[in-house]
Design a protein around this ligand. Structure first.
Ligand SMILES: [Zn+2]
Length: 325
């Protein structure tokens, strides 16, 4: 049984912090940049829409910027996008970046059964492996939809041969996230006892409140100094910060090409400030260095990370495990 009450266990997580600081010097100053490769109308407006063409040019714009700045990143590619544009994942891999999976359809995991998720994950991994000729090591769920009720899906990722996940947003949000989840890279022990590394998106903590700001709409809408503050804060704790963006976020002309009316709330939250993103990103790539998630996973010595969540111990909650050795 999965218990939804993720009350933060501050004493235990502080112990994890102390232990982790000793091993994570290599991570200081080198953060993790991730791009969720999806097509906005299909991923956000209506999942039944066909994948469009703009995702290709937008992804290539990121590749050009990264080549210019010497940045390496992890691209979580949606299976449907890879199917529609079979050269895209290949181009990303050929440019020296990591290709990982963003699932197949961009349906929320909240609406999927175990069997459906297993099938979608396998399908997406097989497509990417076939296209790039490389193994797939990591996963990010659509809309960060690994909730407290879907933690048992993590075991399916291990069965698929993955080493890490990056889907647990440690914030309170009406659509996603697990409030009280561990904010830094950690291991999750599945009920099967298999281990999976988890890389949560970067956040900052003020007392009991955890606030995001280094990815997606938060990066786009908040001023750059906020993102900088979050990354610097994580850096001071000797952790790598996980940042994320979508190809469409640099496409300020897309709003003129959407095939149907867009609800006002989406128009504001999804299209505002897109024209500023590229400049802010360029600044972020100057101020900080980034690498792929699998590189971070390896250099942090994945299996030496603290186990912050143990799905074999009841009640299931962060910090409810033995302190790391
Ligand atoms: Zn997505």
């Amino acid at each position: 049984m999965v218990v939804a009450n993720f009350t933060e266990m501050r004493q235990n997580t502080d112990a994890v912090t102390r232990d982790y600081n000793g091993m994570a010097d290599d991570a200081a100053g080198s953060h993790i940049l991730t791009i969720d490769v999806e097509d906005w109308p299909q991923s956000t407006l209506d999942h039944s829409l066909p994948i469009g063409e703009r995702v290709v040019a937008n992804t290539h714009a990121f590749l050009e910027l990264f080549a210019e700045t010497g940045t390496r990143a992890t691209f979580f590619v949606l299976g449907k996008v890879a199917e529609k544009h079979p050269m895209l994942a290949r181009d990303i891999a050929a440019a020296g970046h990591e290709v990982a999976t963003h699932g197949y359809s961009h349906e929320s995991l909240e609406t999927m059964t175990r069997v459906e998720f297993k099938a979608e994950l396998h399908r997406s991994v097989e497509i990417l492996k076939e296209q790039t000729g490389l193994p797939v090591h990591g996963h990010r769920a659509a809309d960060f939809s690994i909730s407290a009720q879907r933690l048992y899906f993590l075991e399916i990722m291990v069965q698929e041969g993955l080493s890490y996940d990056s889907s647990i947003f440690p914030i309170w949000h009406p659509r996603y996230g697990i409030s009280g989840a561990w904010r830094h890279p950690h291991l999750i022990r599945c009920a099967s006892r298999d281990l999976l590394a988890e890389f949560p998106p970067a956040t900052v903590k003020f007392g009991p409140v955890v606030i995001p700001g280094a990815g997606g709409g938060y990066f786009r809408l908040f001023p750059y100094w906020w993102t900088q503050l979050i990354i610097r804060g994580i850096e001071r704790s000797h952790y790598p910060a996980t940042c994320y963006l979508h190809p469409y976020e640099i496409d300020d002309d897309e709003i003129n090409h959407i095939p149907r009316p867009i609800p006002t709330i989406l128009r504001i939250s999804q299209f505002m400030c897109r024209k500023n993103v590229k400049g802010k990103l360029r600044r972020m790539l100057t101020d900080f260095t980034f690498r792929t998630m699998i590189d971070a996973c390896r250099s942090l010595n994945r299996d030496g990370l603290p186990i912050a969540l143990d799905l074999a111990v009841l009640p299931i909650r962060y910090g409810n495990n033995h302190p790391p050795q």
